[in-house]
Design a protein around this ligand. Sequence first.
Ligand code: GLU
Length: 449
Amino acid sequence: MSVLDKQLVPIFEEVLDRNPGEAEFHQAVREVLESLGPVVTKHPQYADSAVIRRLCEPERQIIFRVPWVTDSGKIEVNRGFRVEFNSALGPYKGGLRFHPSVNLGIVKFLGFEQIFKNSLTGLPIGGGKGGSDFDPKGRSDAEVMRFCQSFMTELYRHLGEYTDVPAGDIGVGGREIGYMFGQYKRITNRYESGTMTGKGLSWGGSQVRTEATGYGTVFFIDEMLKATGASFEGKRVVVSGSGNVAIYAIEKVHQLGGTVIACSDSGGYVVDPAGIDVALLQEVKDERRGRVSEYATLRGDTVTHVADGSIWDLACDIALPCATQNELDTEGALALIRNGCQIVAEGANMPTTPDAGRLLLEAGVRFAPAKAVNAGGVATSALEMQQNASRDSWTFEHTEDRLAEIMRGIHDRCLETADEYGTPGSYVAGANIAGFTRVADAMLALGVI
Ligand code: GLU
């Protein structure tokens, strides 16, 4: 572990003390605090105003029961969460995750990250996150609908275009947003498009929102490459995961001239030396809700499916962890270093363990953190809100141009901020500091909030 500035040690100890057992939340807080030493030294007002302590405490945390009935008539009970972390810059904004691993600590880590990510976009959005320990795997459409309706029957009272605007995350895509938005509309009797993002195109959604997290991730890396006079042309890329972020990251890498040779799910990974066929992967994952092993079977002999082992053992120029938190550990990092990987950029939220991140940096791998790299998803959600507020809808080209411009802005802000605080080239320090100062300055301007 890196040392924390001595002014920040008691703040971190207080977080540990007040939030026992929430390992991922501790990790996310520590990661930000590790970058803030030079900031509190240069600007004592941040320490004097207790703004960092205030930032570590969510404004509001909602936990609720979600009862629902299965197709066979059995009653299930899940737990729902919404952590409304910070609204200094705008309404709470962040996704909902449906996955059996979801608990308060996970939602808090995601909500905390979201504050800085949203701040970095430069758009008027605060930070929040929610979800449930509901497992959509193997559930019928009707079961997913009943669950979503029950979830929204409780959550709706906390939402609104000026209050809190959820979207998707792991386990929550267009289908789930539809069921939840439909229930919100019934309960409130209001067509408030701006209350949720990630909506379908015919009912208030934005072009490019579906693709935005993956596309934005690759736009960010493209900027990293351009900064050293390089490009995606001829680059071998490994992408973990095979969900929404991974699929559209793969598509954009191919459009920019690179080749994604592998992707994965919890059952293993596939290696496709000719480049992953995105249309086929989409069919397997989105339409059949299947596994990457089926992709290998359908694609034929040139593709191998590896059921155990690590995707990070593959030789590549660029690695994109796009699955879930802490999926890239020290063993994975050492393998990437050994095989000459030059760039690791986080498409998922906090996919690299702190030790793995440190190893990559020490080895000279250029490492870019999620709150900068994957901010294109939420940024495009903010563009969806803009379109909803003005009752407008933009073309694909215009929206994609806006996304590319936002990602360029985030990239440049990271490097400029890293320079300003004496850590040139550090995307980690740049993202944490630039994200922090914008939100902290707003909090200071708004009084003791
Ligand atoms: N879940 C996404 C994220 O991690 C998107 C959130 C949103 O669009 O509100 O940033």
